[in-house]
Design a protein around this ligand. Structure first.
Ligand SMILES: C[S@@+](CC[C@H](N)C(=O)[O-])C[C@H]1O[C@@H](n2cnc3c(N)ncnc32)[C@H](O)[C@@H]1O
Length: 204
């Protein structure tokens, strides 16, 4: 399983504030949608065992699960419509029980801390994986060993805030950079997939 946590701190939590004719205007939701597409889609196909978690306004987390997703298309409008559906269902998310939005899409009433706890625990080592922060000043990816069940955390168009950086650092000291240039988050996801697909650039 590969998982990506994307922080979308400016995305509105009110579904009525998400206009499909102005997706960037919804707190750069376009970036988050491209992260979902880069995470789950191949050309003419869908990846196995990938989950993308969009943390919205540190209040809700919308999860896309590639193994159970149905009828999702890679274009931003289609993904944004699913995020809006998820926000529309937020009243059904009670405590830490998710709201089922559609097959393969769930919304949880959880911000970054609770989502990281759910995915990797307070110590960053389980239940589901090893936490890795993707950061432009991290250690080079090429020198690292691909973890078995990585959970990568990325920011959107902003820097990580000090609270977000601390939430990640408390659970993991591991920071990796995918290359020398600052990339869009979705492009960084594509590079990471390629690193894992090639077992650390060793198997083509
Ligand atoms: C556009 S960048 C964030 C904005 C940036 N910190 C700034 O100065 O405006 C989006 C995210 O993609 C990831 N990212 C971008 N370039 C990267 C790189 N070279 N290595 C690792 N992660 C990268 C990071 O998680 C980053 O927070």
């Amino acid at each position: 399983m590969r998982q990506f946590v994307v922080i979308g701190r400016d995305v509105p939590t009110d579904p009525d504030a998400v206009s499909l004719s102005d997706i960037p205007g919804a707190g750069r939701l376009d970036l988050c949608c491209r992260c979902v597409s880069a995470g789950v889609f191949l050309s003419h196909g869908i990846r196995e065992s990938v989950r993308i978690h969009l943390v919205i306004a540190d209040e809700f987390t919308v999860t896309f699960d590639s193994d159970t997703l149905r009828h999702l298309h890679p274009d931003e409008r289609n993904v944004a419509a699913r995020v809006r559906d998820a926000l529309d269902a937020k009243d059904d998310a009670i405590g830490h029980m998710p709201a089922d939005v559609s097959q393969g899409v769930e919304l949880r009433r959880m911000g970054l801390d609770a989502t990281l706890d759910r995915l990797v625990g307070a110590d960053g080592r389980g239940p589901d994986g090893t936490l890795v922060q993707l950061h432009e000043e991290g250690d080079p990816l090429v020198d690292a060993e691909p973890p078995d069940h990585p959970v990568f955390v990325l920011s959107d168009h902003h820097d990580f805030t000090s609270e977000e950086a601390a939430a990640v650092a408390d659970r993991s000291e591991r920071r990796l950079r995918v290359g020398p240039e600052l990339l869009h988050a979705d492009h960084a996801i594509t590079v990471v997939h390629n690193w894992l697909d090639t077992d650390g650039y060793t198997a083509y």
